[in-house]
Design a protein around this ligand. Structure first.
Ligand SMILES: Nc1nc2c(ncn2[C@@H]2O[C@H](COP(=O)(O)OP(=O)(O)O)[C@@H](O)[C@H]2O)c(=O)[nH]1
Ligand SMILES: [Mg+2]
Length: 461
């Protein structure tokens, strides 16, 4: 039954609500982690008609109290709109494609209608509404938070410590040489731009060739609306170049301060502190494919990202911005790239990447959970007989060749593999094209109902 149909069926009128609630849910993760797919699926699940069989753990549906959801009339005018309809077109295409990646911030508002559980409340009113605001923003921006506690000098020293690690060293050599031959008294526009371009190139090569995730400043790679802004002319000079004062060092130090005051702080003050709940998506399988250094980098980057959610009363974050996030969902995305019996190991690996069992975490202020999910399932799982043994397999269309493959993608290590293991073993988890979808049917998924229950269940009582 369509959403409109279900509303008419229940004989409700849009205008007679008495209780309005709001919830702002942020969805983040590093580029490629699966934010676009997650939000597209979440919106589709919430706005399709009768979904009870499709979302067994979403209690409001199971209890027959969910009356439907639709895109809200009041989409924000000044913030890019999350391109939901275009994304669905890609997924419904022949052949189906993944939506293109987007950069920056976007938002989509939904109105969810449900029948409340409380006897008194449900006698007083026929239905309630939840105004759900979903915000997509790059995880790269959260990597900037520690910069607020550093001076330009300290930040530069931190960067070069990182760049001298074995997996980055060779790539950073040309940029180090560029800096060594730079006139520290030249602060011309050409010079600043040349150095910034060099630094940006360096960050790109780190992420493309060395599996690096820990990149600052976040806006240099994902500038959003700030592309071309002078304060993004920001790069770490070599520590020895900062031992004495120079025109270039003081200009860069100014840009650093401006970046902290006009980019990082407003982001936390205006956007982050308005969030009620947060989803953090992590593509652990891609890191395993990329190797040991990538896994360590991902762990380090997540450590920085988690500082944004660990805000005891004494923390800088709390003092400056008073965040109010009450629930954080850490999700290992693209779980359909492995066979179902590996999902437990994938969740354990995620917890290791986050360096703690999530349940007993230090998030005094926020409840958190870790799970493995696929926003849009692109494979089918099954079994084959192999040498007399039952072997779990997946079949799906390979992302690169578009041919249908049936394979066992391998085991997910439940613990972070050591360097020795990586030396002996190459992980090769596959990537799939989406299956052909009928847009009238709910999108196939893995555990989106658990995610919905954790994020929204208690707000739909
Ligand atoms: N199989 C599968 N692939 C996914 C899923 N979510 C994302 N992907 C893949 O990951 C790519 C990046 O996802 P996207 O949502 O654009 O990431 P974003 O950069 O965080 O928004 C997609 O193009 C897909 O190839 C999923 O649930 N299942
Ligand atoms: Mg995206």
């Amino acid at each position: 039954m369509s959403w409109l149909g279900s509303i008419q069926y229940h004989g409700r009128q849009w205008g007679n609500r008495t209780l309005d609630r709001h919830l702002r849910v942020g969805v983040t993760g590093l580029s490629g982690a699966g934010k676009t797919a997650f939000i597209t699926s979440l919106v589709h699940q919430l706005t399709q008609g009768d979904q009870a069989q499709h979302l067994p753990f979403f209690s409001v549906l199971q209890q027959g109290r969910y009356l439907g959801g639709r895109l809200a009339q009041n989409q924000p005018m000044a913030i890019p709109r999350f391109p939901y309809e275009q994304n669905l077109q890609y997924l419904a295409g022949q052949p189906a494609q993944w939506p293109p990646s987007t950069t920056g911030w976007s938002q989509l508002n939904l109105t969810l209608r449900y029948r409340p559980t409380g006897a008194i409340r449900s006698r007083l009113q026929q239905h309630s509404e939840l105004q759900l605001e979903i915000i997509d923003y790059p995880g790269e921006w959260l990597l900037d938070l520690p910069m607020l506690q550093q001076s330009y000098q300290q930040w530069s020293a931190f960067c070069w410590q990182l760049f001298r690690q074995p997996h980055r060293q060779t790539l950073s050599q040309p940029f180090a040489e560029l800096l060594q031959t730079t006139d520290l008294n030249d602060v011309s526009e050409l010079q600043l731009q040349r150095l910034t371009d060099g630094y940006r190139q360096l960050l790109l090569s780190f992420s493309q060739q060395a599996g690096c995730y820990l990149q600052q400043p976040g806006r240099l790679l994902v500038p959003g609306e700030l592309a071309g802004a002078p304060m993004l002319q920001l790069l770490p000079l070599l520590p020895e170049q900062l031992e004495q004062t120079s025109a270039l060092a003081s200009r860069l130090s100014q840009h650093y301060q401006t970046y902290c005051d006009y980019v990082i702080k407003p982001f936390y003050r205006q956007h982050f502190s308005a969030l009620d709940r947060q989803v953090v998506l992590v593509d652990g399988l891609a890191a395993l494919n990329a190797g040991y250094a990538a896994v360590r980098e991902l762990q380090q980057a997540l450590g920085l990202i988690m500082q944004s959610f660990r805000y005891g009363p004494a923390s800088l974050l709390h003092r400056l911005f008073k965040p109010q996030i009450s629930k954080v969902l850490f999700a290992a995305s693209k779980a359909d790239h492995v066979t179902p019996e590996q999902h437990k190991a994938l969740t354990l690996l995620l917890q290791q990447l986050l360096r703690q069992p999530i349940k007993q975490s230090q998030y005094a202020s926020a409840k958190s959970e870790a799970m493995a999910l696929a926003a849009i399932r692109a494979s089918k799982s099954g079994f084959v007989e192999h040498q007399g043994q039952r072997q779990a397999v997946l079949s799906g269309r390979d992302l690169h060749t578009a041919t249908t493959q049936t394979l066992f993608p391998g085991e997910v290590p439940a613990e972070l593999p050591t360097a020795e293991l990586f030396a002996r073993h190459q992980f090769q988890f596959p990537a799939f094209l989406p299956t052909d979808n009928n847009p009238e049917q709910p999108l196939p998924h893995v555990r989106m109902d658990h995610a919905l229950e954790f994020l929204l269940g208690d707000k739909l009582l």
